[in-house]
Each structure stands twice: as C-alpha cells, then as structure tokens.
Design a protein around this ligand. Structure first.
Ligand SMILES: [Fe+2]
Length: 165
C-alpha cells in the first residue's frame, strides 16, 4: 500500500506516513487481527496525511480534507473515513481504525520528542491498548492546554469517553 495518487506530501511527510504504517502493521501482527482489519488500519494510515502539505492545509483542516477527498475517490468504510477525518483531534465514535491511527501517528519512532517514553508506550499497545490510548490522549491534550490552544469539542468528547469507560 502507498499514498494515494492525489496526495500532496513532502518527502519528510511520506517518510512519516511510512513509519506510521510500519508501526500499525507491527501491532496488527502482534494482535493477530484479520487481514481485512489490517488493511482497514493501513488504508487510514496512508490516507491520513495525504493532503497535509496541500496549499490550504493546516493542522485542523487536513484530516477533514483528506477524508472528503478519499470519500470522493470511492472510500466507503465509515471507520476509515472517521479515522482520517478526526485524526488530529480525537473522536468518541471511533472504532479500532481511528484508535490505532491516533496511537501510531503519535508513537511512530521518527518524532523527536520524548523518544524513550513513546517507545515504551508503543511496545505496550498489543497488551494494554486502552490504557496506552488514554495516556496518549492525556499527553496530546495536555500539550494543547499548556500551549493555550482551543480544545475542539470532539477532543473533549473523546477524552470524556476514554475516562468514563
Ligand atoms: Fe500523521
């Protein structure tokens, strides 16, 4: 699998997406998911940043833009489309596709911050997926709050769903 033909992505972005895909594959293998489920995870991975480097894209707009384009190009899987649409902010309605993409996007080894902690979290995913998901959401949301950024309502709903399970 690879980026769609309509992707607008720099070489660095392509390398990031390839690392996210490798991590998702590793988890799919470790968890023994079906080939069909593994392909759903990978479709979302290869789509999620496809328009990240397009002229009008920004941090919050590129997920919805990529999901809309993917749907226009024939993607019909709601779990895949929701994973792509909300990957920057989180979404309470996600199935496993959205959850695995959110984890892999943050925990892929090419990001330079907190490398040790993130590697440990990545290694725990096959055994403690939901605990790691909560920790990753906590870290991502903590960063948004400490930077003084606005918290999208989807993010608050996502967090509330994670802590009320
Ligand atoms: Fe990404």
């Amino acid at each position: 699998m690879s980026l769609p033909a309509w992707a607008v992505a720099t070489p660095a972005r392509r390398a990031h997406v390839a690392r996210v895909a490798a991590l998702a594959e590793r988890w799919a293998e470790a968890l023994g998911v079906t080939p069909a489920e593994r392909v759903r995870w990978l479709r979302a991975v290869w789509l999620h940043d496809a328009l990240r480097d397009a002229p009008a894209a920004d941090e919050l707009a590129h997920g919805p833009a990529s999901a809309a384009r993917a749907a226009a190009e024939g993607e019909t899987d709601r779990g895949v489309l929701d994973a792509v649409h909300y990957h920057s902010v989180g979404y309470a309605g996600w199935d496993d596709v959205g959850r695995m993409l959110y984890l892999a996007d943050y925990l892929e080894p090419g990001r330079t911050f907190d490398a040790g902690v993130r590697a440990e979290l990545a290694a725990r995913v096959p055994d403690e997926r939901d605990a790691v998901l909560r920790e990753v959401a906590r870290r991502r949301i903590q960063r948004m709050v400490s930077e003084g950024w606005r918290l999208p309502p989807e993010t608050a709903d996502f967090w509330n769903a994670l802590v009320s399970r």
